[in-house]
Design a protein around this ligand. Structure first.
Ligand SMILES: *[C@@H]1O[C@H](CO)[C@@H](O)[C@H](O)[C@H]1NC(C)=O
Ligand SMILES: *[C@@H]1O[C@H](CO)[C@@H](O)[C@H](O)[C@H]1NC(C)=O
Ligand SMILES: *[C@@H]1O[C@H](CO)[C@@H](O)[C@H](O)[C@H]1NC(C)=O
Ligand SMILES: *[C@@H]1O[C@H](CO)[C@@H](O)[C@H](O)[C@H]1NC(C)=O
Length: 375
C-alpha cells in the first residue's frame, strides 16, 4: 500500500509536466491564417502594408524541414530549436515587396513629414506585425501584435535619400536597419517573439533576430506606393537564408513562423489555466484527499480494536432499556457514564479488558462508579 501511495504521489507531481510536454504530441497544428506587416515613418500614413492569407502561407513538408535541418547541421542550438517542431508546425509566409496599398498621404501631412525629415530630430520608423491564429480559448481572439521600432538619426544619407524621394527626385533606396523579424516564434500562450537561434549575431547583436531592409518610393502617374526589399548580402544570408525553402530575396519578403500546437478544445478545461493552474489545483485537491486519510485518525485510536466491548455495549443497551421504562433520571446518569467513558481513555481501557483479566479487575472499584451512579 505504501508503494502504491508513493506511486500515486509521484504520478500527481508528474502529471502536469507530462501533460504539457505531451501537449505537443496530442495538440493540433496551428499555422497562422493571416500575417500582416505594416511599416510607418513617424506618425504618418503607413508606407507599407501587406497581408498574407492562407494561400501565401506555406506549411513545410517533411523534406523541407529536412532541408532546414541540413542548413543548420553544424549549429547545435539551432538544431535543438528546430527539433521542437514538426514539419507542419513551421510555415513560410510570403509577402509581396510592393505595398498592398497606394500611398494615400494627404498633401498637408506630406508637408509635415518632409519638414520632420528635414529637421534635426530623430525620426522613428516602426514595423508592426500582426499574426492571427486559432485558439482553443473562446476569450482569446488569437490576434497577436508586436512591433519593432528604430530611429533614423538626423543628417544621414538615408534621411537625405528619403527627402529626395518625397520630392520626386531620383534617390537610392533608404536603408532601415534591423527592422524586419525573419523567424517568428508563435506560442499558444498568445505571444510572438523573434527567434534568435537561427541567425548569427554578426556583425551586430541585433543581426541574430532582425534583418536590414531597404525601401523606395515608386510612382506611376499620380499613384505612389512604397516597395521594400530585404538586404541579402550579409553573412547570415550566405550561411543560412540562401538555402532555406521558399527563400526568394528579390521578389518577395519571406518570414518563417514556428507555431506551437494548440490543445484540442476537449482538453482545454485541463490546460486552460496553464501549467501553474494545473499544479495548484492538483496539489490542493491531492493534499486535501491525502490529509483526509490521516487527519481523523488520531481521534479514533482509543476506540478502535478494543479487546472486549461487552460492558460498553451493555451500558448502551441499558440506556435504551431505561428510556423504554421512562426512567429518565436514570437514563441521564447512564448517559453521563457513557460520556465519561469517552472522555477518559484510561477508564475505557479498564472497562474493555479481556474477560479473563476482568476477574482480577473487579476487586478495585471502577472509579467512575461514584460519579456515574449505579449499574
Ligand atoms: C530643409 O531645411 C533646409 C534648412 O533648414 C532648407 O534650406 C531646405 O529647403 C529644406 N528642404 C526641404 C525639402 O524642405
Ligand atoms: C520603382 O523604383 C525603382 C527605383 O527607383 C525602379 O528601379 C523600379 O523600376 C520602379 N518600379 C516601378 C514598377 O516603377
Ligand atoms: C545592416 O546595415 C548596417 C548599416 O549599413 C550594416 O552595418 C550591417 O552590417 C547590416 N547588417 C546586416 C545583417 O546586413
Ligand atoms: C550589401 O549591399 C549594399 C548595396 O549593394 C552595400 O551598400 C552594403 O555594404 C552591402 N552589405 C554587406 C554587409 O556587404
Amino acid at each position: 500500500m505504501g508503494g502504491a501511495m508513493v506511486a500515486v504521489i509521484i504520478g500527481i507531481i508528474w502529471f502536469p509536466l507530462v501533460f504539457f510536454s505531451l501537449g505537443s504530441a496530442v495538440g493540433e497544428t496551428n499555422v497562422p491564417y493571416d500575417v500582416t506587416l505594416e511599416i510607418r515613418i513617424g506618425p504618418y500614413e503607413p508606407i507599407y502594408r501587406m497581408s498574407a492569407q492562407s494561400n501565401s502561407i506555406y506549411s513545410f513538408k517533411p523534406d523541407q524541414l529536412d532541408q532546414l535541418r541540413m542548413v543548420y547541421n553544424n549549429f547545435k542550438s539551432s538544431g535543438t530549436f528546430i527539433n521542437n517542431y514538426e514539419a507542419a508546425d513551421v510555415a513560410a509566409v510570403k509577402l509581396s515587396i510592393d505595398s498592398g496599398n497606394i500611398w494615400g498621404i494627404s498633401p498637408p501631412d506630406r508637408k509635415r513629414m518632409v519638414a520632420e525629415i528635414n529637421s534635426t530630430n530623430p525620426v522613428q520608423v516602426r514595423l508592426d506585425y500582426k499574426i492571427s491564429h486559432q485558439t482553443s480559448k473562446p476569450e482569446d481572439t488569437g490576434i497577436i501584435r508586436k512591433g519593432v521600432a528604430i530611429t533614423l538619426p538626423a543628417e544621414t544619407e538615408d534621411r537625405a535619400n528619403l527627402l529626395k524621394m518625397l520630392e520626386g527626385l531620383p534617390a537610392d533606396p533608404v536603408l532601415l536597419q534591423y527592422l524586419l523579424p525573419k523567424f517568428i516564434k508563435v506560442t499558444n500562450r498568445g505571444t510572438v517573439e523573434p527567434v534568435e537561434e537561427l541567425m548569427l549575431p554578426q556583425p551586430d547583436e541585433k543581426a541574430a533576430s532582425l534583418r536590414n531592409i531597404t525601401t523606395n518610393l515608386n510612382k506611376t502617374g499620380e499613384e505612389e506606393w512604397w516597395r521594400i526589399r530585404e538586404e541579402c548580402n550579409d553573412t547570415n544570408y550566405e550561411l543560412f537564408l540562401r538555402d532555406l525553402p521558399y527563400q526568394d530575396c528579390s521578389n518577395s519578403i519571406i518570414l518563417y513562423t514556428f507555431n506551437d500546437k494548440v490543445f484540442p478544445p476537449t482538453l482545454e478545461f485541463i490546460s486552460g489555466g496553464g501549467i501553474i493552474g494545473l499544479y495548484t489545483t492538483l496539489v490542493l485537491v491531492a493534499s486535501r484527499i491525502l490529509r483526509g486519510f490521516f487527519s481523523d485518525q488520531c481521534g479514533k485510536i482509543m476506540f478502535e480494536d478494543l479487546p472486549n466491548v461487552d460492558r460498553v455495549l451493555q451500558l448502551c443497551l441499558d440506556i435504551y432499556l431505561v428510556r423504554e421504562a421512562s426512567e429518565f433520571a436514570l437514563e441521564e446518569d447512564l448517559f453521563a457514564k457513557l460520556v465519561f467513558l469517552f472522555r477518559s481513555p484510561e477508564t475505557l481501557i479498564k472497562w474493555t479488558r479481556p474477560k479473563e483479566e476482568l476477574a482480577d479487575d473487579d476487586e478495585d472499584e471502577d472509579p467512575e462508579d461514584g460519579a456515574g451512579g449505579d449499574h
